[in-house]
Design a binder for this molecule. Sequence first.
Ligand code: PEP
Ligand code: MN
Length: 334
Amino acid sequence: MVIQIRKNSDEKKVESLINRIESSGLKVEKVQGFGSDCLSVIGDLTKIDLDFVKSFDIVENVKRLSEPFSLVSRKNHPLDTVIDINGIKVGNGNFSFIAGPCAVESEKQIIETAKSLKECGVKLLRGGAFKPRTSPYSFQGLGEKGIKLLLKAKAETGMSIVSEIVSERDIDLFFGVDVLQIGARNMQNFSLIKQVAKTKKPILLKRGLSATVEEWLLSAEYLLAEGATDVILCERGIRSYEPSTRATLDLSSLPFVKECTHLPIIVDPSHASGSSKYVKPLALAAVAAGADGLMIEVHNDKTSALSDGVQAVTTDEFKEISIATSKILAAIEK
Ligand code: PEP
Ligand code: MN
């Protein structure tokens, strides 16, 4: 971190700032510049708050030269993290699909969908029991009953279950759920994510609707700081000025995230596009860009879907995506 000191600042105030920073265990070196002096701060910068430094009236400018996170950083953990979900590996060249309906709606729906997806080779079944819907009048999910139906699908098919948790009050209900999903709307719900981290279960952390990659990675840092180790990032598109798709799929985040973190990253082309027609091209682009997996919404009878029916693909369409994905994976030798 470099701190630029205002011209003609009182030397006593500068010394007092240096003392405050050094009392946090950091090292400060004075650098004489033309016009104004700078302080170069070296050490664990998570111990100091940028805004605290800015609050000193002698400070002209502060620039962080390194990342604001450490546990998720590849610098401190050069090898890719591989997540093991009941023997299903995600990361470092291990590619996985997570597929299933947006919401669990009935026993018939989830069991039928699970069985067809299993036939396509899918091992991770998704389904929302608690749905964070934009409108309070939309279907909110079956709640506890939805979790029970997912566990039934797990028992009947042997698939592992991924489901979104929206409140820390529900943690006990998720005991049999294999991967806890933190949705886009809750990416910065820090009390929820801290409690979810404590379960030690694998966590799927979706990017917030308008979150920068740095904010997203800082949420992952919260999870790791609270003891979670198995965190999968999920790029699901962000809000932009472009209304023709539900969100704008930020594929640029993939190589960037892979460069600066060791965590696996998967892509959700369903919520990014909002339309079943666009799921396949976006899915394939994501695979080519290095995604460690895809999360795709699939419905056995999409015209009757209670949530996100427009973006759901049929099981036949899913099968096509999965065949094309294998071809891309072979082409990029993954
Ligand atoms: C979902 O996966 O069903 C969901 C609500 O996604 P997101 O949080 O990305 O909107
Ligand atoms: Mn959905």
